[in-house]
Write a protein that binds this ligand. Structure first.
Ligand code: GDP
Length: 359
């Protein structure tokens, strides 16, 4: 532990983890697709959106997408891991014992509809979890006579709109800011937002034309770097949450995990919480989908000797049949006592069961 902490440095940051929340049909799936440039919503991944997945965006990709934004220079994190949470149930269930899985969230609001019931639920949930968030004010292309310019930074494209379109944009944005105020939230368009800790930043976007996506990516990186540098400092101690337990043809029972911090190695001895007691096993393979593909998309996997946070990872090992999603994964270090770790792992059982009882 002490060694892990002394190694922390601002030059060695892990990737921030981001969740997407909001009312149904505001465009959460479409926004993710747009960032990824895949088409999950229209069927490439079997059309399934009500599942938990994760997508890793390497920094090269983010740089490419933000190159038209002059201010997007000093990006120090290695990438961004986006957890696909179409509803907010997964967000609730995946919080294990107060350890936050998500560093930051995107709350999606439809500019034509304003705040809707699940928007308010999401706000309350984010508040309860003390998760910082930004607002993607989506579907700007639906404003009357909007002239799209694909993948453009939002201010560039706003400037190019006719006066009446700009005026509609301003009216609708103001209305939504008032609605947010009614929820006791100060908000501001991100380029006017002087104190990003006090007011929520709004980024107008279109998931169809990609407008505002450069701004969204840039802001996610900027805010996480600025507001939570310490939390993002890479440590060698493993922090890892089990998202799903799945049987995969040819691999047996596997677990999909999010490695929040630290590093996992092939051959590591791990302990996971199980229905019938703690499971002590050894990592047989560490697998990831190919970069830019989502964890749930079927296909071949890349094998790794070791993986560094943050990552969505599929782990194969023996005896995972009764592992419980939503719990923590522990690695048994060289000098560590397995029994103590087993006890620690089973504490998660109580908190997971507590959540199930309540719901
Ligand atoms: P989710 O329920 O929040 O995941 O919403 P979806 O991503 O499934 O989107 C709901 C509908 O809105 C779909 O028909 C999308 O094509 C459409 N949609 C999403 N984003 C946009 C956008 O930016 N502009 C327009 N015009 N339509 C959008």
């Amino acid at each position: 532990m002490a060694e892990a902490l002394t190694k922390r440095s601002a030059d060695d940051l892990r990737s921030p983890i981001c969740c997407i929340l909001g009312h149904v049909d505001t465009g959460k799936t479409k926004l993710l697709d747009c960032i990824r440039r895949t088409n999950v919503q229209e069927g490439e991944a079997g059309g399934i959106t009500q599942q938990i997945g994760a997508t890793y965006f390497p920094m090269e990709n983010i740089r490419e997408r933000t190159k038209e934004l002059p201010e997007a220079a000093n990006m120090r994190v290695p990438g961004l891991l986006v957890i696909d949470t179409p509803g907010h149930e997964s967000f609730t269930n995946l919080r294990s014992r107060g350890s936050g899985l998500c560093d930051i969230a995107i709350l999606v609001i439809d500019i034509m509809h304003g705040l809707e019931p699940q928007t308010i639920e999401s706000i309350n949930l984010l508040r309860m979890r003390k998760t910082p968030f930004i607002v993607a004010l989506n579907k700007v292309d639906r404003l009357y006579q909007w002239k799209p310019r694909n993948n453009a930074p939002i201010r560039t494209t706003l400037q190019e709109q006719e006066r009446h379109t700009k005026s509609e944009f301003e009216t609708r944005t103001k209305q939504i800011m008032v609605q947010l105020q009614e929820q006791s939230l100060n908000s501001e368009l991100y380029w006017k937002n002087k104190d990003k800790r006090k007011a929520v930043s709004i980024i107008p976007t279109s998931a169809i034309s990609g407008e505002g996506i450069p701004d969204l990516l840039y802001l996610l990186v900027l805010l996480t770097q600025e507001m939570m540098e310490k939390k993002l400092m890479y440590v060698s101690e493993v922090e890892c949450t089990v998202l799903e337990v799945k049987v995969v043809e040819g691999l047996g029972t596997t677990i999909d995990v999010v490695l929040v911090n630290g590093v996992l190695h092939e051959g590591d001895q791990i302990v996971v919480c199980g229905m019938q007691g703690p499971i002590v096993t050894t990592i047989r393979a560490l697998l990831t989908p190919h970069p830019m593909k989502e964890l749930r998309v079927k296909g071949s996997y890349q094998h790794h000797k070791e993986l560094k946070a943050a990552q969505g990872i599929k782990i194969t090992a023996q005896g995972l049949e009764h592992a419980i999603a939503g719990t923590q994964l522990y690695v048994v270090g060289e000098d560590e006592d397995v029994e103590t770790i087993k006890e620690e792992a089973m504490k998660d059982m109580k908190s997971v069961m507590g959540r199930i009882d309540k719901s």
